[in-house]
Design a protein around this ligand. Structure first.
Ligand SMILES: NC(=O)c1ccc[n+]([C@@H]2O[C@H](COP(=O)([O-])OP(=O)(O)OC[C@H]3O[C@@H](n4cnc5c(N)ncnc54)[C@H](O)[C@@H]3O)[C@@H](O)[C@H]2O)c1
Length: 353
């Protein structure tokens, strides 16, 4: 099989490339990545020089590039995107450009080139916050950030290729991923590296947002099932087995990584006591536009056609069995985080915080 993987120098895409080449010893992958601030060829170390792997630096929105690469491919897996919610609050233009326009250019070219399958990797954030229960695949789209809005738009653009042309696309919507090599401006790496450095963790509001977490390799396995067995035109939710409030994640990280071992939870400028425990090193941030009580959880689809895709009931790295906060992942994960240089994290604050 010959795959085109876009965004393969990023966090999830690079895990997918290494996972796929490791598991499918006769397959070939071409990675197309623009190498934005979020892309890093070191994420592909180990496979970058493989005779079964080719790296092409390029933009999914550049039609001549994608038209050159697509003929003869068996499938496209599209990870390429602008992905950081906070950046989308500052300027949504790159998000619309890559996530919507770029995705259209790519999927349209894939259809014209006759690539037999197109997997579009999306997010559960397109559903917005749920009052109760979990979002199924047919839940209304109600994104709350420009990032999520651009991903929702890209989902519709991709799906329209199925509805109007019968082009076999598959859309996946996964919850929050964790694992090595995530860009250090993202929630978990930022909190872990800040805790290690003794820098306050910038927690939005009171930390009551709830998120579901899944190991990045569980996500890759589910994507493999969707790619192989998913039904064209379908949408597949992919989720981990536990939800956490962000404040609880911050607590766990501080317990594990803070060199001082004690915490103060700062509300504005005033340190608070909470539950008899002094919480230090958590700084509440109130100026994010989104709410403090968003709950992004989606049903995990286990029926990936016809026994279908999802996790198939099998979970190799559930949160509960040594996942986010247990086992050896955190230490491996920290080793796998890239240095702060070249990142907005160098400033140790987002510009708007
Ligand atoms: N990280 C998560 O928790 C999560 C959860 C669900 C879904 N997703 C989705 O998975 C995908 C990958 O997420 P990630 O966390 O690995 O992102 P990431 O930011 O780590 O990587 C994105 C990659 O895309 C590349 N890229 C950006 N614009 C491009 C363009 N125009 N052309 C080619 N390449 C371009 C970047 O250089 C980078 O290598 C995204 O579509 C995201 O929406 C992520």
């Amino acid at each position: 099989m010959k795959l085109i993987v876009t965004g393969g120098a990023g966090f999830i895409g690079s895990h997918f490339v290494r996972f796929w080449l490791g598991k499918h010893p006769t397959d070939h992958i071409t990675t197309l990545d623009k190498l934005t601030y979020a892309g890093n060829l070191e994420n592909l170390s180990g496979v970058i020089k493989s005779p079964r792997h080719r790296f092409v630096r390029g933009d999914i929105g550049h039609a001549p590039t994608v038209k050159r690469l697509l003929p003869g491919a068996d499938a496209v897996v599209n990870f390429a995107a602008e992905t950081h919610v906070d950046r989308s609050l500052l300027d949504a233009n790159p998000f619309l450009q890559t996530n919507v326009q770029g995705t259209y250019t790519l999927v349209n070219a894939a259809r014209e080139a006759g690539v037999p399958r197109f997997v579009h990797v999306s997010t559960d954030e397109v559903y917005g916050s749920v009052e109760k229960g979990k979002s199924p695949e047919d839940a209304p789209l109600d994104p709350t950030s420009p990032y999520a809005a651009s991903k929702a738009a890209s989902d519709l653009v991709v799906r329209s290729q199925w509805l109007t042309h019968g082009y076999p696309v598959l859309i996946t919507r996964c919850t929050n991923n964790y694992g090595p090599h995530q860009h250090p401006e993202k929630f978990l790496p930022l909190f872990i590296t800040n805790a290690l450095d003794g820098i306050p963790l910038p927690l939005y509001g009171r930390g009551l947002n709830i998120r579901n977490w899944i190991h990045v390799l569980d996500h890759c396995e589910a994507l493999e099932r969707v790619l192989k067995r998913g039904r064209p035109g379908e949408i597949y939710n992919i989720a981990g087995d536990r939800e956490y409030k962000n404040i609880d994640v911050a607590r766990l990280i501080l317990r594990k990584f803070s060199p001082r071992g004690s915490w103060t939870w700062w509300i504005g400028t005033a340190p608070m006591k909470r539950g008899g425990v002094r919480l230090r090193l958590v700084k509440a941030v109130f100026n994010r536009i989104t709410k403090d009580n968003t709950v992004y959880v989606s049903e995990n689809r286990t029926d990936y056609e016809t026994q279908k895709c999802g996790s198939g009931g099998k979970r190799i790295r559930g949160v509960g069995d040594g996942g986010v906060f247990g086992g050896d992942w955190p230490s491996r994960g920290v080793c796998g985080f890239r240095p702060r240089e070249g990142s907005i994290i160098k400033k140790r604050r987002y510009p708007h915080l």
